[in-house]
Design a protein around this ligand. Structure first.
Ligand SMILES: [Zn+2]
Length: 226
């Protein structure tokens, strides 16, 4: 193939990096990937002994925050693939627990998911499972109520709202999982969502091993909840 033709075709194989708009053959350009990786936690398992057990790839700051916002609000579902892969890589490197687990992404409310076209936590979970070999149950939980307007509420009110927001999903209603659940979400802020979903699963006698999170808000910063 003639060189000019090839480079012309290459233009079509490249897409714009969602963070800097430069052309890139991968989801993020090399430069943005480097910057994203700077937010990676030196020890992703540092919160694994806490209650709930939290495994986090990185901090919710810098361009990680920007990437997650793009994934959620700018219709860039392809971003979930590398994010899930990085979380999986950290998980495998940490070799915390090799026993089988069922990965359950934190669900979105149906209406909201319809608007967005996808649940970003489910997309990250899909990629995570692809690279770790864990199985996923996307219908393990169901969000029956939207909890958009959580601002200005006390922690207790937020918690109460969230408890009402989730119920056991269709898949687990039919068949309880034989293995413990590993919840998965994009951001972890106060932990209220994880507490609520864990409680819902526990009420049905389903064990929860912990939660895998792409990015955790720094303890001194209470970022806007997902
Ligand atoms: Zn870039």
């Amino acid at each position: 193939m003639l060189a000019p033709v090839r480079s012309f075709l290459n233009l079509f194989l490249q897409s714009a990096c969602p963070l800097c708009q430069r052309a890139t053959p991968t989801e993020f350009c090399a430069n943005c990937t480097r910057q994203l990786q700077q937010n990676k936690l030196p020890n992703p398992a540092q919160f694994w002994q806490e209650q709930p057990a939290v495994f986090a790839w990185g901090w919710y700051g810098g361009n990680v925050r920007q990437a997650i916002r793009q994934l959620k609000y700018d219709h860039q579902p392809q971003i979930a693939r590398p994010l899930g892969q990085w979380l999986a890589q950290s998980w495998l490197d940490a070799s915390l627990d090799r026993s089988p687990m069922i990965v359950v992404p934190i669900p979105m409310h149906g209406e909201k998911q319809k608007q967005r076209g996808y649940n970003q936590a489910a997309l990250i979970a899909q990629s995570f499972c692809h690279f770790t070999g864990h199985s996923m149950q996307v219908n393990g939980l169901e969000r029956v109520r939207s909890t958009e307007a959580q601002f200005g509420l006390s922690a207790a009110q937020r918690e109460h709202n969230l408890l009402q927001a989730f119920k056991i999903g269709k898949a687990f209603q039919k068949n309880k999982p034989h293995h413990p659940v590993l919840l998965l979400d994009d951001i972890y802020t106060t932990g209220a969502t994880i507490k609520a979903t864990t409680q819902v699963l526990h009420q049905q006698g389903i064990r929860v091993r912990g939660v895998a999170i792409l990015a955790k808000a720094r303890p001194w910063k209470d970022e806007a909840n997902s």
